[in-house]
Design a protein around this ligand. Structure first.
Ligand code: FMN
Length: 353
């Protein structure tokens, strides 16, 4: 699917999707860290009637997946987020609407997908609160505050190429600020400049508590890696955290999520839900995430590959592949359900049990 997407996508859009920050060490390490996890399969367990059904972010799901928030999907397909969300609705998988989505939250919710609204901490608090109100009115099931972007990571592919969004690729929920403005040139990314104007790098735990206080929706914090931050997230009233390094797009050199996950799960000690993203590329990775203690995963780039390669049917194909792989892997690991998957033992390749 990745190869098919690469063949149909402009160089700018491909760099935007595929790129990480700095030397892309963290981006590469995300995949390697999942690869290094080894599962200890159980045997002679009846898996004839196995199911991957569970609840995620308060929602019933057929597989423990949700769509990661990803900006500007009309860059990859004219229908953008609406196509991805339609496929998510058909798969019964929740769709997290990026604050930088290129379609409105109302249009996305109209697909029938269960939605969660992702937020960045904006300088314009009026606009921030307005978006919470719109998310509530559109029927979003939760809010997801991304806490790892005081500013955009140094994405060298975008800077070198002088990345500029096409005029049609707008932040539809932020008044439609379009591409092309403040045009990029070699050494500057227009997306990074746009973000710098909008995002407030002063976010603190007191602000997180304030966000908690202005909505009755469940609050998810995305971008947690340190177990102390996980504990602070619980103290601030988070209902869930996402162990994430933003797909290696923020701090280059940050720990891989498969490495960070177990300590976060320990620190949370069942007090809220723990999800993980960054490097999930198939059903076996999902099973590994469960075995490391996650309740479920956010799927990122692979869904954008499906979108670019084939619109909504392409996204459906990616859901189907991950789901088939997960069901097969659960059978082979002796897991009749998600709870048993979460009890699987793991080791790290080259290390002990
Ligand atoms: C093209 C692209 C756009 C993204 N936009 C957002 C965003 O708007 N908000 C956010 O919280 N995370 C964003 N992310 C990060 C994803 O939510 C997720 O953490 C990341 O893609 C996981 O890594 P993976 O895709 O390599 O598995 C974006 C990622 C990509 C690839």
């Amino acid at each position: 699917m990745r190869a098919a997407a690469g063949a149909t996508t402009t160089a700018d859009a491909w760099n935007f999707v595929e790129g990480g920050s700095g030397g892309e060490h963290t981006m590469r390490e995300n995949g390697l860290a999942f690869d290094r996890v080894r599962l200890l399969p159980r045997v002679a367990v009846d898996v004839a009637g196995r199911t991957a059904r569970t609840r995620l972010l308060g929602l019933p799901v057929p597989v423990p997946l949700a769509v990661a928030p990803m900006a500007y999907q009309t860059w990859l397909h004219p229908d953008g987020e609406v196509a991805t969300a339609a496929a998510a609705a058909a798969a019964g998988v929740p769709f997290v609407v990026s604050m930088m989505a290129s379609r409105t939250v109302e249009d996305i919710a109209a697909t029938g997908a269960a939605t969660v609204m992702q937020l960045y901490w904006l300088r314009d608090r009026g606009l921030f609160r307005e978006l919470i109100g719109r998310a509530e009115a559109a029927g979003c099931a939760a809010l997801m505050l991304t806490v790892d972007v005081p500013l955009l990571g140094r994405r060298l592919r975008d800077m070198r190429g002088g990345l500029v969004r096409p005029a049609t690729v707008v932040a539809a929920n932020l008044g439609g600020a379009g591409g092309g403005a403040g045009a990029g040139r070699a050494g500057r990314s227009e997306v990074a400049l746009h973000t710098k104007v909008l995002f407030d790098p002063s976010l603190s735990w007191a602000d997180v508590a304030w966000v908690r206080s202005v909505t009755r929706l469940p609050l998810v914090l995305k971008g947690i890696l340190d177990p102390d931050d996980a504990a602070l997230a619980v103290d601030a009233g988070a209902d869930a955290v996402v162990v994430s390094n933003h797909g290696g797009r923020q701090l280059d050199g940050a720990v891989a999520t498969a490495t960070a996950l177990p300590a976060v799960v320990d620190a949370i000690a069942g007090r809220c839900e723990v999800l993980v993203d960054s490097g999930i590329r198939g059903g076996v990775d999902v099973l590994k995430a469960l075995a490391l203690g996650a309740a479920g995963v956010l799927v990122g780039r692979p869904l954008l590959w499906g979108l670019a390669a084939g619109g909504a049917p392409g996204v459906t194909r990616v859901f189907d592949l991950i789901s088939e792989e997960l069901h097969e892997a659960m059978a082979l690991a002796g897991c009749p359900d998600v709870d048993s998957a979460r009890r699987l033992r793991t080791s790290v390749a080259g290390g002990g049990c």
